[in-house]
Design a protein. Structure first.
Length: 144
């Protein structure tokens, strides 16, 4: 029995390692596949229009998910209201790829930009295919 002790422990360890990787490897692959899919989507969006470039579309992008911006505490305490216009590059997948501030209010620029980056859109279409375009997103900050 003493001879089988170390062999049994080694065998148990090998089985445990095999079971661990058999169970976790599919999860790891799924994570890598998702990351690869996102990377492929971003590569597809390499045909991005330059900022301000005219792009002909049949269907304009429509927001599917809007995120309410956080009202900056300093502006709220000071009783300041304002408007910001953010240009967002909506990719072929409907995700916001880039943002630029067009009409600025220094109190609210960062909050507006952070909110717009989280928007999702139904992508614009030309010739029935999704395309990347810039859209203007006005954000209004009003105290209640």
């Amino acid at each position: 029995m003493k001879v089988f002790g170390p062999i049994y422990i080694l065998f148990s360890f090998v089985v445990a390692v095999i079971v661990f990787f058999t169970v976790t490897l599919p999860w790891i692959r799924r994570g890598n596949e998702k990351a690869a899919r996102v990377a492929r989507e971003e590569q597809v969006d390499e045909q991005r229009p330059a900022y301000g470039e005219y792009v002909w579309v049949e269907e304009f992008p429509e927001p599917l998910t809007k995120v309410t911006p956080n009202y900056p505490a300093q502006a709220q305490e000071a009783g300041i209201e304002g408007n910001v216009v953010v240009q967002a590059l909506v990719g072929r997948t409907g995700r916001v790829l880039e943002t630029r501030i067009v009409k600025s209010d220094p109190h609210f620029d960062q909050a507006a930009e952070d909110a717009v980056r989280q928007y999702t859109f139904k992508p614009a279409k030309a010739d029935g295919k999704p395309i990347a375009v810039w859209v203007a997103v006005p954000i209004r900050f009003v105290l209640n």
